[in-house]
Design a protein around this ligand. Structure first.
Ligand SMILES: Cc1cc2nc3c(=O)[nH]c(=O)nc-3n(C[C@H](O)[C@H](O)[C@H](O)COP(=O)(O)O)c2cc1C
Length: 263
């Protein structure tokens, strides 16, 4: 075969294509495990950051794993608040479950303040323990903002009422507008706020504008993100959904009245 013939050119191009595609698919397969491990580590890191258990500077892989060792993760059935005995927190994938007809639930549009349409019937709940006593509960939450679904964690103190921290690890809101959900000062303003009123109805909301210190309900209000009312309302919506009766409400009610033994 002549090197500069049409056939020769085609064969050379084909060989180059095959070799390149083998290299690309080979590296994709070999990197997949590493990518998955990194994704898991990133979620753990964000959970620890949201709950204030480590700082960004401390968040090395070693410190993350060490801090995570003090956290009990348990899969619960949201409708009952009971542990889901057949599901392990090590392998359970809530996003996959939300798409699986055997493991998901369609949400009544009237109850869907998070605007997610469907959710997994199960969720992981994390407990930070000290000498066997639960110091903090950490709940994974998600809901629609303006452009995207925001995924994050909200940590509550052992009274299951007072916020310890919040953080989102995934969203596509606009930097400087809805993206201000990542602003450290805004996140810090959540600490000490109350999710529920005295009747244990969800009250916490992100308002439009600034919370007045004179407001007697300041403890259930968070400053709005300026120029980003849609994202702000999305955050209120996800808090209302996940801490309400269709979300973690049954679990929280049981844990509060000590029906769920702190394990
Ligand atoms: C390019 C662009 C990006 C925007 N991104 C966001 C956003 O991420 N979150 C949001 O709530 N509003 C965003 N907005 C503004 C919304 O369209 C809307 O005006 C705003 O949420 C209203 O909030 P305000 O009443 O506080 O001004 C964006 C607007 C533009 C033009």
């Amino acid at each position: 075969m002549q090197k500069d013939s049409v056939i020769g050119t085609l064969v050379t191009a084909l060989v180059v294509c095959v070799v390149c595609s083998l290299l690309v698919s080979g590296s994709a397969v070999s990197l997949k495990e590493k990518q998955q491990a990194n994704k898991k580590l990133d979620i753990k890191k964000n959970l620890l950051l949201a709950s204030g258990l480590i700082t960004e500077q401390e968040a090395t892989a070693e410190n993350i794993e060490r801090a995570f060792a003090d956290i009990d993760a348990q899969v619960i059935e949201l409708a009952t608040g009971e542990p889901a005995p057949d599901l392990s927190a090590n392998t359970f994938d809530q996003r996959k479950a939300a798409k699986n007809p055997e493991q998901n639930k369609q949400i009544d549009p009237k109850a869907d303040s998070a605007r997610i349409k469907q959710r997994s019937k199960y969720s992981i709940v994390y407990q930070v323990k000290d000498n066997g006593q639960t110091q903090m509960y950490i709940f994974p939450v998600h809901g629609k903002g303006l452009w995207s679904t925001l995924y994050g964690f909200i940590a509550l103190a052992s009274d299951l009422q007072t916020v310890e921290g919040i953080g989102f690890y995934e969203h596509k809101e606009t930097a400087g507008l809805g993206g201000e959900v990542d602003n450290p000062d805004w996140k810090a303003s959540w600490k000490g706020k109350k999710i529920y009123d005295d009747q244990f109805e969800v009250e916490l909301q992100v308002i439009k504008g600034k919370v007045s210190p004179q407001d007697k309900n300041a403890d259930v209000k968070i400053d709005g993100l300026s120029g980003a009312t849609i994202t702000s309302n999305g955050v209120t919506g996800l808090v209302r959904y996940w801490f309400g009766p269709d979300g973690f409400g049954p679990y929280i009610e049981k844990a509060r009245t000590a029906e769920v033994p702190a394990q």
